[in-house]
Design a protein around this ligand. Structure first.
Ligand SMILES: *[C@@H]1O[C@H](CO)[C@@H](O)[C@H](O)[C@H]1NC(C)=O
Ligand SMILES: *[C@@H]1O[C@H](CO)[C@@H](O)[C@H](O)[C@H]1NC(C)=O
Ligand SMILES: *[C@@H]1O[C@H](CO)[C@@H](O)[C@H](O)[C@H]1NC(C)=O
Ligand SMILES: *[C@@H]1O[C@H](CO)[C@@H](O)[C@H](O)[C@H]1NC(C)=O
Ligand SMILES: *[C@@H]1O[C@H](CO)[C@@H](O)[C@H](O)[C@H]1NC(C)=O
Ligand SMILES: *[C@@H]1O[C@H](CO)[C@@H](O)[C@H](O)[C@H]1NC(C)=O
Length: 472
């Protein structure tokens, strides 16, 4: 091994002699050949983050060779080693943890072969990132990540928009605020753009037409406002679109339906209104559709309920809670064989629950229909309730009831549908929202006659004990 190295070093020396190159190369019999400036820049950059007491040349004399630094990777270019990946911050136990009073040294931007630069759990005290310098990394940087740095504040430097080789820009859970720099749109090689969990405000720039290769767009958990730009429909490759937990408003653009490869659409907790345009139901690839917490059904037409849900046969997670949904539970939902999660809670749904059909969905593992105005009785089997456990909720439906025998097995917060056979007559009792019409006493039994709002008459017996007496 070492003789190979020696030959290699000899070869390099010979080459410099022959070509007369005067590169300031540090050679070492047992180390990886590296430009002195590159090595010094690496030490200095890291020292800025870790603290002055960290002495790189002492601890790691051969950073691309036999004394690797945790979080640093190197690669060969023209027979010399250069730093290509740098991760600063507590990723692993023995990684380079950042000093509370860190400095971003200019030497960081001399590492021009960097392909990947990550700051994780690094900035804790308030720091702004200056605009300058980033351009220096433009020729190679493919991945830039700021993750979980609560100390990073101020605006995202717009010079990041000059890193045109970027394939992945992740700015996740930091303290950045201000508007999204519009020149981000120039990053046409991006496959992943994540700006989630910051304090960004303002509107989403209408310039997504450049993002033909983007697969993931996540702007969730900010304070972005305004409407969704129309150009969103031009990101033809998009797989995941997460704009949840912002203040977006207005109607969804029809153009959303152009995203034929989309698998996730998460718009929860915004102020989006005006329903879902028909061509969203044509995105057959969708597996996750989360629209909860938007006043989407505040108009009089029940677009959402009338949608052909059965067309979206790949749906696995469907959350339509807290949207003001009106009308009956769309029957098309019972055709979605892959459904695992169905959230319909806290709407204004009426009518009966298609229990039998929902129970046949083979994968269903969570069903929330609580907080509506559903009526009639639940006809799920006991096995179903046992399978679902707390992942089934139906409470807060004043006119919904369940079999008495099941009430004890599954405390769902529902009233029992008291049933008894009296001759051939089935007498049912539903409890609230019934108009009390008259009450009479006969044979010592309180018989109350109630009329449902739809005019259907029920005889209701309030005292179960007396009913039992009657039968005897
Ligand atoms: C070469 O490596 C040795 C360790 O084997 C180290 O002591 C020495 O300082 C290195 N020389 C140079 C020029 O870096
Ligand atoms: C943090 O940086 C300061 C100043 O450079 C230094 O005195 C201190 O030792 C550093 N802390 C650690 C844990 O290295
Ligand atoms: C690191 O230590 C060496 C001696 O071990 C010393 O010459 C050098 O100045 C130190 N560098 C820093 C930046 O403290
Ligand atoms: C959509 O996905 C298919 C199958 O994965 C792929 O062949 C096609 O290129 C994708 N379309 C776009 C525009 O990326
Ligand atoms: C629905 O909400 C939008 C936006 O909040 C509003 O402009 C519109 O008037 C509302 N429509 C109805 C019928 O309430
Ligand atoms: C629930 O639905 C009934 C009709 O089934 C209706 O009379 C009642 O007003 C509704 N309650 C609420 C809170 O919407």
């Amino acid at each position: 091994m070492s003789w190979i190295h020696s030959v290699f070093v000899l070869f390099l020396i010979l080459r410099w002699c022959i070509t007369g190159e005067s590169s300031p190369v540090v050679t070492n019999d047992s180390g990886a050949p590296m430009e002195k400036t590159e090595r010094e820049a690496l030490y200095s950059a890291i020292q800025g983050f870790v603290g002055d007491s960290w002495n790189g040349s002492d601890l790691y004399p051969d950073p691309c060779g036999w004394t690797p630094i945790q979080g640093v990777s190197c690669d060969l270019h023209d027979d010399l080693w250069y730093v290509t990946d740098l991760t600063l911050g507590l990723v692993h136990e023995n990684s380079l943890s950042c000093n509370a009073s860190l400095k971003i040294k200019p030497e960081l931007f001399e590492l021009k072969h960097l392909k990947s630069l990550t700051f994780f759990n690094c900035f804790t005290s308030p720091t702004t990132i200056s605009k300058e310098d980033w351009i220096n990394l433009g020729s190679n940087l493919e991945s830039l990540e700021f993750r979980s740095n609560p100390g990073l504040i101020g605006e995202l430097p717009e010079t990041i928009g000059s890193l045109t080789k970027l394939k992945s820009l992740v700015v996740l859970e930091n303290g950045f605020n201000g508007k999204l720099p519009t020149n981000l749109c120039g990053l046409s090689s991006l496959k992943r753009l994540v700006l989630a969990g910051n304090l960004f405000t303002g509107t989403i720039p209408n310039c997504f037409n450049g993002f033909k290769e983007l697969l993931i767009l996540d702007l969730s958990r900010n304070s972005l406002s305004g409407t969704l730009p129309l150009s969103i429909g031009e990101m033809v490759s998009l797989l995941k679109l997460d704009l949840s937990n912002n203040r977006l408003e207005g109607k969804l653009p029809r153009e959303l339906g152009f995203l034929k490869n989309l698998t996730l659409l998460d718009l929860r907790n915004n102020r989006i209104s005006g329903g879902l345009s028909k061509n969203v139901e044509n995105i057959r690839s969708l597996t996750d559709l989360v629209l909860s917490g938007n006043p989407m059904c505040n108009s009089s037409d029940d677009v959402m309920v009338k949608m052909k849900w059965e067309n979206m046969g790949n749906l696995v997670n469907l959350d339509l809670s807290k949207m003001g949904l009106r009308g009956e539970i769309p029957f098309g939902l019972t055709k979605l064989k892959r459904l695992r999660f169905l959230g319909l809670n806290d709407n204004d749904l009426t009518g009966t629950v298609p229990s039998k059909e929902l129970e046949t969905l083979p994968c269903l593992g969570a069903l929330y229909i609580n907080g509506n105005n559903l009526t009639g009785e639940l006809r799920f089997s006991r096995k179903f309730y046992e399978k679902m456990g707390t992942r089934f909720k139906a409470s807060k439906n004043p006119n919904l009831c369940m079999y008495e025998s099941q009430e004890y097995v599954t405390p769902l917060g529902l009233k029992p549908c008291k049933m008894m056979m009296k001759g051939n007559l089935v007498i049912k009792q539903t409890w609230s929202n019934l108009k009390k019409e008259e009450s009479s006493s006969s044979m010592g039994v309180m018989v109350t006659r109630h009329v449902l709002s739809n005019g259907f008459m029920w005889d209701l017996l309030l005292e179960l004990s007396l009913i039992v007496l009657l039968l005897n």
